[in-house]
Every structure is written in C-alpha cells, then in structure tokens.
Design a binder for this molecule. Structure first.
Ligand code: SF4
Length: 162
C-alpha cells in the first residue's frame, strides 16, 4: 500500500438485498477488521468518492440511483460489486423487477464473491480496487501530459518547418 498518493475515499450503496452483505461491509469499519488502516475513508458524498462499493442487485427502482451516484463521482473511479447479488442478481435474479448484477448498469472493476461476502474478501476487494485506482490515475496523468505536449508543439505546418 506504500504506492498510495492519497487516502482512497469510499461510498457505499446497498441495492436490492437481504442486507447480509451490507452488514459485512459495516463490519469492515469496526476495530476488528479496521479497513481505515489502509487509509480508507467512508464518505456519503459521491463527489468526494474514488471507490463505489455496491451490495445487492439492481432493479427498476434503484437503477437510476446507481447511475446517478456513479456519474457524480470524479474520474478516475473504481466500482466494487460485493456479494453474489451485486455480481449477478443472486437469489433475487428471478424476481420480476430485478435486472441482475451491478454491471447491467455501470462498469464493474472488482467482483467480490460470497453470500454473504466475508469481511476478509471485502477487504481484499478494496485493496484490489485501490491498485486499479492508482493504475487509472497514472494512465490519466500520462494522457494529460501527452495532450499538453501536443498543445505546446502545435500542429506541423510548412511555415514552422522552414
Ligand atoms: S449475496 Fe447473499 S448475503 Fe449478500 S445481499 Fe445477496 S442474499 Fe444477502
């Protein structure tokens, strides 16, 4: 974790679920599992968040909420689907209003298995998400630098060749 430039901020959303995974996510914040030792901060504002942690499946009613939260997060951002419901719809997949896993609506970077997902698996998923976040951040910085170089050198024309 020494490669981290800043503390990753996480926003948690629980979709259609039995709340089992939701409770396990909260357990990660307790002193027993203490996800804050990785510098992780839990935020309620998507505009401050780097990582979106979703438990539960997506349905007709919450699909817009998931989409709004994702869209309000600044780039780079990483999405973690926690538990089988968030991964594929799980036991709710056959329900009349359930669309399936989170990736039916937004791109997912990390899938955490389990029903319920264990706190150790969730922490593994968060650590993986932090790695992906740093990769995305480095790629964005490189792209920005390349664009700057292109702007400074300007387009090639006959007048600046001679
Ligand atoms: S994966 Fe299992 S424990 Fe988690 S929300 Fe779905 S049904 Fe509940």
């Amino acid at each position: 974790m020494s490669f981290l430039k800043k503390s990753p901020w996480i926003i948690h959303y629980d979709g259609t679920s039995c709340n089992g995974c939701d409770i396990e996510v909260l357990a990660c914040l307790t002193p027993l599992y203490d996800v804050e030792r990785f510098g992780v901060v839990n935020t309620g504002n998507p505009k401050h968040a780097d990582i979106l942690l979703i438990t539960g499946s997506v349905n007709e009613q919450n699909k817009d909420v998931v989409w709004q939260i994702f869209n309000q997060m600044p780039n780079p951002k990483v999405v973690v689907a926690v538990g089988i419901c968030a991964t594929s719809g799980g036991i709710f997949a056959e329900c009349y209003n359930v669309m399936g896993g989170v990736d039916k609506i937004i791109p997912v970077d990390v899938y955490v298995p389990g029903c319920a997902a264990r706190p150790e698996s969730i922490i593994d998923g968060v650590v993986k998400a932090v790695e992906i976040l740093e990769e995305k951040r480095a790629a964005m910085t490189k792209k920005r630098k390349m664009a700057k170089v292109r702007r400074v050198s300007g387009p090639v024309s006959l007048s600046n060749m001679f």
